[in-house]
Structures are given as C-alpha cells and as structure tokens.
Design a protein around this ligand. Sequence first.
Ligand code: 2RA
Length: 318
Amino acid sequence: MAKKIAVVGATGLVGRTVVDILSHQNIEDLDVYLFASKLSHGKILKFSNTRLKVCALDKDAANLNFDYVLMCTNENVSKKYVPLFSKKSVVIDFSSQFRHKFPLIVPQINFNDIKGNIICNPNCSTVGVCMALNGIAKTFGLEEITISTYQSLSGAGQLGLLDKFEKDAKKLKKLDYVIDNNLIPYIGKIENDGFCTEEHKLMYETKKILHLDDVVVRAQTTRVPIDVCHGESIFFKTKKPATTKQLCDAVVQTKNCKMVEFAMPILASGKDDVLVSRIRQCEDDRHFCMFVTIDNLRKGAAQNGVEILLKYLGREYV
Ligand code: 2RA
C-alpha cells in the first residue's frame, strides 16, 4: 500500500515550501494530503503535475491513518495535535513546542538521535550554526561559541514579510517595531534573564544537536529588513589547535555545507546549501570566526523536515 503523508499547516510560508520541495522529490508513489486552518479549507495548491485540495484541520483529521505527518504549525496547534497524530503516525514537528522533550534532528548531523515517533525540526538559525560547526566540532572539538544573527523577515512568517515597508508602528502586523530602514536587536520576547526567546532557542538547541553539553554558547539575535536567509557571525574556540585551511576542510565534510568567498543571502536564497565564508584566525590557533548564511525557509525549516522524512523512507533528497 502507498505510504500516506500529511502536511499540516500547508498554506503557511514553511508549509508551502514543504509542499514545493516535496513535489520535486521522487515520491509519485506516495499519497500526500494537505491540512490547514478552517480559513484555508478548499484552497488548491500545485503539487508536481497535479493539484491538491487543502482540508481543514480538526480532530477527525487527526484520527485518520497517516504514516508520516509534517506539522508546519505554531506552538499552540502543535501542542494540541502532535499528541493526537503521534498515536498512529511518525510526526515531524516544526514548532518549538516539544524541542526540549523529543529528539531535535538535522539529518546530516544526528539522525541517529531519533528515538520514538516524535521528531522535532530545529529553529532555522540553529540549523545554520550546527551545519557550519559540525565538521569542526567533530575534528577539533569546541570550547566556546559566540553567535550574532541577522535574521530575515520570513522567519517571522507571512505577516513579518508584510511589515517590511510599513512606516507606521500602529499598523504593524507582526513585528514590535518598524523594520523599514531599521533593525530590531531581539527576536521573540525578552525573558527574565535579559535574553530573548530566539537566543534561548539557539543556545539550547546548538548544544543538544552537536552534543556539546560542556560548551559555552552565547547568542545575540537580530531581525533585519531582508526577505529570506539568515546571516550568522560565529566566533568559536576549538579544543585542538587548527589552521584556517583545516577548518575549511572540516566544514565541507558536512553534506550541504559549502565554502564561498562571502556568504550572502542573495547567494543562498532558494538554494539547498548552507554557505560558510571568511573563516579567519583571531588571537591564536584556537580562536576563530566565520560568517554563515542559510535559507531559513529551506534548510532552516522545510528542507530539513523533508530530508528527515526521506531518510525514513530510505530515499535520497533530490
Ligand atoms: C525567526 N527563527 O526567525 C525564527 C523562526 N522560527 O523568527
């Protein structure tokens, strides 16, 4: 029998990217079903050579038999529906709701961490950092990581993109401050310790994915007025001495990591690879920095989830 795959939240920015990426994979033999909120019921999305109807998500839908469910949903929807779908299906959840509880997976790095049938897709900025540092962590070890991000508006969803040129703070749809000709030096909410939620995600998730329990990770996250792709400045201290050439060689050991001269959003947008650039030595042969760019909607979110699904299915990402 053909495997059944549900994409929930199919009409959001990440959901649409999942549908688009899935439609380019060799999965003609699989059945794909799309769900979203009641407002999107009946919408039609293009899928390969055909069109698929979007159905409203409700408890009846969660009772259907799917083999795999990709939850491209926010924390509230995931909180309610992941436990329901997971009674019968393998669930890949894109929200941050369960990231502390269940395996957090980047297939190129830690697919073997999967246990059980709920798998969490990491935060988009985390994926870029982990992809870029994976080879270095494995070859030279890491002691400290200090990250500053420059995150695009699409990270805040469709409403975030709509705020791009808004000059009137009262008319903003998603952001707390005008972003036009500006940047906002936090993402999410400021918490009691002064760090924002995005910084907490980045610090916690990086340690979890790279298995760096004893490593100090610091982060500053910033929203900038570009559409797609997050930029990330990463300062790091290795355990063993290294040259920049050795570090470049270590970076490209991770599939989908590419060294370029300058990692810029216009080069990474719409692409499958995380771009790494400007690896340079700081004060000695254990202190370095680099600049990384990732398409936050693709490898930072949709592509990573599809890669997890395909690995389950024993198929190659194309
Ligand atoms: C952001 N990383 O850019 C978040 C989205 N998950 O806001």
